[in-house]
Design a protein around this ligand. Sequence first.
Ligand code: S3P
Length: 423
Amino acid sequence: MNPVGALRGEVVVPGDKSISHRVALMGALSKEGIEVSHFSPGADCASTLSCLERLGHVVCRDGENLRVRRGEALAEGGVLDAGNSGTTARLLCGLLAGMAGVFAVITGDASLSRRPMGRVVDPLRTLGARIDGCDGGRRLPLSIRGTRLCGGTYTLPVASAQVKSALLLAGLSAQGSVTVVEPRKSRDHTELLLEHLGVPLKREKGAVTVFPYDDLPGGSWRVPGDFSSAAFWIVAASLVDGSELSLPGVNLNPTRTGLLSVLERMGLAFSVEEAPRAGGEPVGTVAVRSSPLRGTVVDGEEIPTLVDELPLLAVAATQAEGVTEVRGAEELRVKECDRIAAVAEGLSALGADIEERRDGWIIRGGRPLRGCSVSSRGDHRIAMAFAVADLIADGPVIVDDEACVAISYPGFLDQLRERAACR
Ligand code: S3P
């Protein structure tokens, strides 16, 4: 859409998607119920709510205000459509596995039906869960017959907050404690939310233990802004000359803000001002200015803290001086699409120098991007990353399926175009 104007002023991003899913699921474990404002407007969280309603829980939604409480006459089961949402499908497995008397089938769209479910089914089976599904339970649809689970310890082969959270939710209805050991620290929203509600947890380095707990306490708060949504504005502002943007009320959980640390190494000028915590989560304002960037290496412990932002970081890396390398990010191959392939294909078409690797990529920065058509592969984060590329390309970047942006950030493209058009 060049030429674009500098991005200036304040942007309030939608409520955090990961936290919103957890708020809804934990509300359904509470007779008192949980009430929040600024609930995520994305289609993924709407999938979680419709599954909970289908199970007989009470969901009252008025725009971004939400109240969820445990239903009094729960359905014996039903078909639950998780849509495009891995978090919905995987966390529901954990929630339902320990609910004796429930029988449910979890389905999803074509993308979700290709994604691995064995990672959540296998550990739940070690606790006694009765789950079956396509390919022996490795793919959707999955059927779950709730039963009394036993406690146990499970060591995750890959750092996954979805799998960890499924096990913690299952642990709440198990007969003994459930401990999850993780190889690298993944996002800890489930732990923070349980602690905020006053549910006892044991947190040690690399492990977390939950104890049986019936009827969660309720509460009321504002869901912090989604750092993964703020990220698109942060990178856009860093790349468009003269930009100065402020993003208030954003979640600053360090298990999510790895992009800021990486961009800091790359030379981004930004500041962070903390505000009071909300729902147990750190919150604050991020202010960012356009900055010349230089290449860096991203690897190891850092990967889970910016896993959803890596496609966007690749766009920034095309404009950085020198080489940016991402390693150890093979998880990107099993997200809403194969994000390594999608980024390599799209950025190559735009004229970037990118080399695809099994577990990441190498980008030699400093080349101008040209306009052309690219495929989002129906993946919201890929579509939004290419929309940011559009701001700096020398001609229009046409993204084939823009509607998928509504999975996490409805309205983003209009807001971005409106801001960038203001001169
Ligand atoms: C999420 C965890 C991450 C992330 C996803 C949301 C969550 O997935 O990519 O967008 O809400 O727990 P993994 O748990 O597979 O790493």
